[in-house]
Design a protein around this ligand. Structure first.
Ligand code: AHR
Length: 546
C-alpha cells in the first residue's frame, strides 16, 4: 500500500491512550509490576457485572423520519483481484461448475437473495491499469495482461465489459464503472462511455453491435479514477482535480443515459484531499468518494481473520466505528462548499482487511470472515444510515473471495459468510425511511483511546409502512435486556432473526458451512407500546414489528 495512505492512517492513530475495560484487565493482570492494583480492579468489575444484568433503552418514533436510506448504501465491489472474478463470479460457459452463461449458479443465486443495488467494477487499483478494449470481442482473441497490483497474476480478459454489464442486468443492479485515469487516456475513457451507452449509429455503438449487443446498456455511475493519490497515479489533489475536470468533460450523456460522475476521493483521514476537490472541482462532480478500511495499519501484520483475542475484537469494533467521525469530518468540509448537499459522499470501499489466509496466493487478499466481521458490517451500516443526507452510496470490499466478502468459493463449493447474513438481514432497510432513535447503553473504553457502546441499533419504515429494527449486542459475555419505547405504531409482536455463535472467532468453512447462520429470534415481546427483548451476548438481531 502506498506511502501517502500510510501516513494519513498513522496520523489518525496517534495519541494512544490505552484504557483497560474489564475484559482487558485480565490480560494486563499478568504484569507482575501491576498485579496488586489490578486484582482489586478485576474483582470490582467482576462483582459489578454479576450483580447487574446489562440493560439498554431505546426510543423509536415510528411515524417520524424524512430521510430515505438509499439502497446503494448496500453496494458491492468486484475487482479483478485474486479469485473475485475468475472462480468467484465467473467460471465460463464450458466449466464443469454449474453456471448460467458463464456466471456461477450458486454465487449468482446467493447474490440475487441479497438484492444487490449497485456493483462497482473493475477496480480498485486494477481499474487504473485496465484497458477496456482488451476485454471485448471473441474471448479467445482477447490479449492477456499482467495484473501488477495483485500478485502479478496473468489476466486473460475473458471477463470484460459485456460480461460485467450483462451480470448487472441479470442481478437487477446498477453498474458502477471505475474508469482508468492513472494510465489511460481521455479518449479511451470517453469512447468506453460511448461504447456502453450510445444508441446511435456511432462508431463505438457499431463496435458494440459487432460484439453481439444491440441495445446500449444503462450506466449510471462512473468513477473517474480510483485512489488517484496512490495506486491510481500517485497524484497530488490539485493535479488530480484538474485531471478530473479534463477527463469528465468528455464523458458524455448519450441518448438519455445520465452519468453520475464520481471523483476519486480521500483515504480515511486525508481531509485536505476532500477540501481541495470540493474547492477545485465542485459541481462538476456528482459524487466524491472516500475509502475507509477497518485495518490495523498498512505495514506489517494486520492480524489473523480467525485467530484473535477478545481485546482484538473490541479494538476492531472501535476502529470500525471511527468511520463515523471520519464521515462527519468529510461531510463538514463538503457542507462548507455545498450547503445544499448536491454532491454525494460515496464510500466506495470499506470493510475489514486482515492477513491473507495461510497457504493462499500472496497478493490475492483472500481472508476468512468470522462473527467479528459480521459486527463490523452491522455497526458500519448502522452508522451509514445516519448520514444519508450526504452519504449516498457505500460499497463493501469485496463481493466474493476478497477481503470482507459476502461469499467464499473453492472449486465447486461455496460458503456464505457471516457478513453475507448481515447484508441479508439488513436488506429490509434498503430504500426505507430512516427512523431517528434515542439509545442509552453501557459504553466501554477500548485500545487506542476509543469508546465503544455495547449496543448498536438502527430502525426504518419501509414503503409498505413496516417498521424494522436491527440491534447488535457487541458484548462478548453478557446478554442485554433492551427496552424499546415505541410511538407512532401499534404493533403486537416482533418477529425476526438472530445471528450469533458459540465463539466470536467462529466462521463458516467449506467443511462446516453452516456454523454461523441466522435462526428465528423468539425472545421479544410487545406490551403496552413497549418492546422488551433479551439480546444474547455477541448477537445481531433484525426484527419486524407487526
Ligand atoms: O480493495 C482492495 C484495494 O484497496 C483496492 O484495489 C484499492 O482501491 C484499495 O487500496
Amino acid at each position: 500500500m502506498d506511502d501517502a495512505r500510510h501516513h494519513a492512517l498513522d496520523a489518525g492513530m496517534t495519541g494512544h491512550r490505552p484504557f483497560l475495560p474489564y475484559y482487558i484487565h485480565i490480560q494486563t493482570f499478568m504484569n507482575p509490576m501491576t498485579n496488586k492494583l489490578l486484582i482489586g480492579g478485576l474483582l470490582l468489575t467482576a462483582s459489578l457485572s454479576l450483580s447487574a444484568q446489562r440493560s439498554a433503552t431505546l426510543t423509536i418514533e415510528a411515524d417520524r423520519g424524512t430521510q430515505i436510506i438509499p439502497k446503494e448504501i448496500y453496494g458491492q465491489f468486484a475487482e479483478h483481484l485474486g479469485t473475485c472474478i475468475y472462480g468467484g463470479l465467473w467460471v465460463g460457459e464450458d466449466s464443469s461448475i454449474p453456471n448460467i452463461q458463464g456466471y456461477r449458479t450458486d454465487v449468482f443465486n446467493a447474490l440475487k437473495e441479497l438484492h444487490v443495488p449497485v456493483l462497482r467494477w473493475p477496480g480498485g487499483c486494477f481499474a487504473d491499469e485496465y484497458h477496456w478494449r482488451d476485454g471485448i470481442g471473441p474471448r479467445e482473441q482477447r490479449p492477456k495482461m499482467v495484473n501488477n497490483n495483485w500478485g502479478g497474476t496473468i489476466e486473460d480478459n475473458s471477463f470484460g465489459t459485456h460480461e460485467f454489464l450483462n451480470l448487472c442486468e441479470m442481478l437487477g443492479c446498477e453498474p458502477y464503472i471505475s474508469g482508468n485515469v492513472g494510465s489511460g487516456t481521455v479518449e479511451e475513457l470517453a469512447k468506453w462511455v460511448e461504447y456502453m451507452t450510445s444508441e446511435d449509429d456511432s462508431p463505438m455503438a457499431r463496435l458494440r453491435r459487432q460484439n453481439g449487443r444491440d441495445k446500449a446498456w444503462k450506466v449510471k455511475y462512473l468513477g473517474v479514477g480510483n485512489e488517484s493519490w496512490g495506486c491510481g497515479g500517485s497524484m497530488r489533489p490539485e493535479y488530480y482535480a484538474d485531471l478530473y475536470r479534463r477527463y469528465s468533460t468528455y464523458c458524455r450523456n448519450y441518448d438519455g443515459n445520465r452519468l453520475f460522475k464520481i471523483a476519486s476521493g480521500a483515504s480515511d483521514y486525508d481531509y485536505n484531499w476532500t477540501d481541495v476537490l470540493m474547492d477545485r472541482v465542485g459541481g462538476r462532480m456528482q459524487g466524491l468518494s472516500l475509502h475507509y478500511y477497518t485495518v490495523a495499519g498498512w505495514s506489517g501484520s494486520k492480524g489473523s481473520a480467525t485467530e484473535f483475542t477478545d481485546e482484538d475484537y473490541y479494538w476492531t469494533l472501535g476502529k470500525c466505528r471511527e468511520v463515523e467521525d471520519v464521515i462527519k469530518k468529510h461531510c463538514a468540509i463538503m457542507d462548507r462548499y455545498d450547503p445544499k448537499k448536491q454532491i454525494a459522499l460515496i464510500l466506495d470501499e470499506w470493510g475489514t482487511w486482515w492477513d491473507e489466509e495461510p497457504g493462499t496466493v500472496s497478493g490475492h487478499l483472500y481472508q476468512q470472515n468470522s462473527l467479528r466481521d459480521a459486527f463490523v458490517a452491522s455497526l458500519s451500516l448502522d452508522i451509514f444510515h445516519k448520514y444519508t443526507d450526504r452519504l449516498k452510496m457505500a460499497n463493501i470490499a469485496q463481493i466474493v473471495n476478497v477481503l470482507q466478502s459476502m461469499i467464499l468459493t473453492k472449486d465447486d463449493r461455496m460458503v456464505l459468510t457471516p457478513t453475507y447474513y448481515v447484508f441479508k438481514m439488513y436488506r429490509v432497510h434498503q430504500d426505507a425511511t430512516y427512523l431517528p432513535l434515542e439509545l442509552s447503553c453501557t459504553t466501554v473504553d477500548v485500545r487506542d483511546g476509543r469508546r465503544l457502546p455495547l449496543l448498536s441499533a438502527t430502525a426504518s419504515r419501509d414503503k409498505e409502512g413496516r417498521v424494522h429494527l436491527s440491534l447488535s449486542n457487541v458484548d462478548l459475555n453478557e446478554a442485554q435486556e433492551v427496552t424499546v419505547r415505541l410511538s407512532g405504531i401499534t404493533a403486537r409482536k416482533a418477529v425476526g432473526e438472530v445471528l450469533t455463535s458459540a465463539a466470536i472467532t467462529d466462521y463458516n468453512s467449506f467443511e462446516e458451512p453452516d456454523r454461523v447462520r441466522p435462526v428465528p429470534f423468539k425472545d421479544a415481546k410487545i406490551e403496552k407500546g413497549v418492546l422488551r427483548l433479551t439480546l444474547p451476548a455477541k448477537s445481531i438481531v433484525t426484527l419486524e414489528l407487526q
